[in-house]
Structure formats: structure tokens, C-alpha cells
Design a protein around this ligand. Sequence first.
Ligand SMILES: Cc1cc2nc3c(=O)[nH]c(=O)nc-3n(C[C@H](O)[C@H](O)[C@H](O)COP(=O)(O)OP(=O)(O)OC[C@H]3O[C@@H](n4cnc5c(N)ncnc54)[C@H](O)[C@@H]3O)c2cc1C
Length: 293
Amino acid sequence: MKPGRFAYHAPRELDEALALLKEHGDEAKVLAGGQSLMPMLNFRLAQIEHLIDINRLGGGLDAPRLDAGRIVIPALVRQRQVERSAEMARALPLLTSALKDVAHPQIRNRGTICGSLAHADPAAELPSVMTALDATFTIASADGVRTLGAADFFLFHLTTALEPEEILLEVAVDRLPDGTYSAFQEFATRHGDFALAAVAVTCGLDDAGAVTGCRVVAAGVAPTPQRLTAVEELATGRRLDEALLGEVAAAARDEVDPTSDIHASAMYRKRLTGVLVKRALADVGTQQEAAHA
Ligand SMILES: Cc1cc2nc3c(=O)[nH]c(=O)nc-3n(C[C@H](O)[C@H](O)[C@H](O)COP(=O)(O)OP(=O)(O)OC[C@H]3O[C@@H](n4cnc5c(N)ncnc54)[C@H](O)[C@@H]3O)c2cc1C
């Protein structure tokens, strides 16, 4: 299949891109890596009048910024670029670990982090990771800049708070404090497929191995990344031992309400979520033991 006809724009300045979006917003789409948009256009699942290719924009949009306390990932940072960076692996191991499960290297070479977030597939890895990391989304339009947290950014299946005339300019996360660990677990039928379910966790542990606080987020089981707050409350203040791991698995199963589809039944996804939460929190415990060995 080939896409319908559209006008192609390749602005070199952000202001120019934002002006084009202001003029054509409802009839336009931003092109970043094209790894989701181009298939959708080719299959005519999306039809547009104007394609605004942001790949030629300057202004450092293709370079992550790693400050002492904060990591910023602008709109044109490719998934593979982050995956292959040793500095990013040290700063944000949760993101690096999840990226290995996103599609295949060829797709990650072009696909951007922000493009995956703007696309907001419920089974995608990165929205759950950014929710677990409590990320801030910076959104630009010709009328100004606004910021949103993950809970307000992801609205529904393939739907975010981005208005048609807006660009997701960057996503930013704070570095995790000392004593906070992270883990990502997913199960897909074949490596590189979208997850049947996935879980991203950040978890603070004190020296005795008790949970001081955690964020536990599931993907593939709801229209948006789902924070498992009952699991978080159950774990907080408790030692991360076998008994607790059994309890969190059961709590996670009870907390999600996935749908069935041709890939898996709802019951399978519930059980899988429990297993993945248990594995992720066990992984966090293992990391702490290794850090203290
Ligand atoms: C075979 C295959 C397998 C895949 N498997 C997985 C997988 O397992 N997990 C997974 O998460 N993804 C998977 N993907 C999708 C892939 O990760 C995409 O790269 C990603 O979803 C979109 O990033 P992109 O930069 O290519 O965005 P594009 O395709 O360019 O854009 C996607 C959407 O986001 C919008 N958009 C992009 N950037 C911005 C921005 N900065 N501001 C506003 N809107 C923007 C576009 O207008 C479009 O609507 C797969 C893709 C393919 C083709």
C-alpha cells in the first residue's frame, strides 16, 4: 500500500515547524522516526494533508542532556542512541533495559523516544517506563510551552494530551536517588513483538531491605500505563522477602483488568502481570544485595 497524497514540509527551525502546525494542525502530522506513522499512512489507517518532518530541526533536539540531577531527552533522540550510550545506562538503567525489548535494532535506529511516547501504544514499553520515572513532558506550540506529568499526558489508547498544533519537545526525568533501584520485565510471544504485558518498577530500599517507597507500572493491560497503587501500598514499609513477593504477585493480578484479544486472554494477562511484578521486585532486591556485597 502507498499513502494518500500529502504536502511534505521539512522546516529547519522549531518556530517554522510550530507555525506550520498552527496553520495545518488538524490536517497535519509530525514525522519523527516514522516507524509507527509511516505504516499507519501506508495502510491508510491515518490520512493527512500535511506531513511536517521535524528531522532537520537544529537546536540540539537530537542530543540528550545529562545534568547532575536531571536527564533530558529531546524530540529527535533515537531509541538506539540511548540504548548504546554507557552514560545513559549509568544514569537511567530502567530506560536502557526496556529499550532492548522495543521492536528490533533497525526500528530503534530511526524510532525516537519522544515518538514512542507521542504514539502512546498501550503495549509499548516507554510510556510505562516514563510513568515509573515520574517524567515531565515539555510540549511546545506557536503559543508557548507547557509541561505535564505522565498521568496527565497519557489519556487513552493511542491518545495523549498533545493538541494537533503541538510538538512534544522533550521528556525529562530526575536521576534516581541513592538506594533507589529499578527493573523492567516483559513477556512477548517473540522477541521484538509488542508486550503481552510489561512492568516497570522504581523502588527505594533501606539498609535492612525494606521498601521505602516504590512506583510499579504495568503496560499492555489498560488503555494507558497503569500504576499499581495497591501493590505500591502493600510493599511500602515491608521487607522485600519471598512472602511479600508472593503477596504482590496476587495483588497485581487483582489490580489489573485487561481485555482478551487474539494474542492472549484477559486471565492470562492478569496472571502474567502478577509474575512480572514479582520478577521485577525480586530483581530490585538482587540489585541491592549486589550493591552491598
Ligand atoms: C515492526 C515494528 C515493531 C515494533 N515493535 C514495537 C515494540 O515492541 N514496542 C514499541 O514500543 N514500539 C514498537 N514499534 C514502534 C516503534 O517503537 C516506533 O519507533 C515508535 O512508536 C514511534 O517513534 P517514531 O519516532 O518512529 O515516531 P513516528 O512514527 O514518526 O510518529 C508516531 C506518532 O507520534 C507523533 N509524533 C512523533 N514525534 C512527535 C513529537 N516529538 N511531537 C508530537 N508528535 C510526535 C507522530 O505524528 C505520529 O502520530 C514497532 C514498530 C514496527 C514497525
